[in-house]
Design a protein around this ligand. Structure first.
Ligand code: CA
Length: 249
């Protein structure tokens, strides 16, 4: 990917992020074109969402069951299993989750088939990021009825996804955008051991690089800023990190 193009998209998305304060969601993005995937992941993560990427249809289905996403962004043309088959399989077990199809321009038959199979909506490629996020907002507001909580709490630690404020025992803790995203990610998975790979993917949208200590560095920043509550972030040797459900007894 051209680094300058990616940086420009990211900057644009950051501005969007500052303007909008939507509810953070867990989004499954199924897309085999690396540039589009990168664009979507970075943009959605910058808006505060957690993104699970899948490049193949069959992998997407497994990840769907595993991560129980709030919404699915689904490309139609995919290796392994196409978007229609993925959609049909999702609908066999879940009629509620919003699924937005990414379809090619001019493929009217595809859109009709997708809607017949239970797609919630579709966006025609190429699309503007703002168009996709508008659809996401529209379908999650009245989609599942119960979007993810706006507030995450753990043992005196409180994180507000709308105002983007973090406090410990009522005292506000200023965090950088990345620290905030990391803490939100950990707090969304309380008690669960998260590998560095999962964290790097979910928070930075990067593919895992075993030489990178980015996750460890940021966990260090967070622990320092959170003071005593920093102990809630537990190192699980050889595996990753876990947010304790409560202060250790
Ligand atoms: Ca494709």
């Amino acid at each position: 990917m051209a680094p300058s193009a990616a940086a420009a998209m990211l900057d644009e998305n950051r501005l969007t992020c500052r303007r909008q304060t939507g509810t953070a969601m867990n989004i499954l993005v199924v897309e085999d074109e690396p540039l589009i995937m990168s664009f979507l992941r970075r943009g959605l993560i910058a808006e505060g969402h957690a993104v699970t990427p899948a490049e193949r249809g069959d992998a997407a289905l497994a990840l769907f069951s595993e991560t129980q996403p709030d919404i699915v962004i689904l490309d139609v043309m995919l290796p392994g299993m196409d978007g229609f088959d993925v959609l049909a399989a999702i609908r066999a077990s879940d009629q509620q989750v919003p699924v937005i199809l990414l379809t090619a321009r001019g493929e009217v038959a595809d859109r009709v088939r997708g809607l017949d199979l239970g797609a919630t909506d579709y966006v025609v490629k190429p699309f503007a990021f703002a168009e996709l996020t508008a659809r996401i907002r529209a379908h999650t507001r009245d989609g599942r009825g119960a979007p993810s909580a706006d507030r995450l709490e753990a043992a005196g630690l409180r994180l507000d996804l709308l105002t983007r404020e973090v406090s410990v025992e009522g005292a506000e803790i200023p965090l950088s955008a990345r620290e905030f995203a990391l803490l939100a990610y950990l707090m969304r998975h309380p008690g669960q051991v998260l590998s560095r790979e999962q964290i790097l993917n979910g928070v930075w949208g990067y593919t895992f690089d075993p030489r990178s200590n980015l996750v460890d560095v940021y966990v260090g920043y967070l622990r320092r800023k959170l003071g005593g509550s920093g102990e809630l972030i537990e190192t699980v040797r050889g595996m990753g990190y876990r947010l304790r459900r409560a202060q250790a007894a």
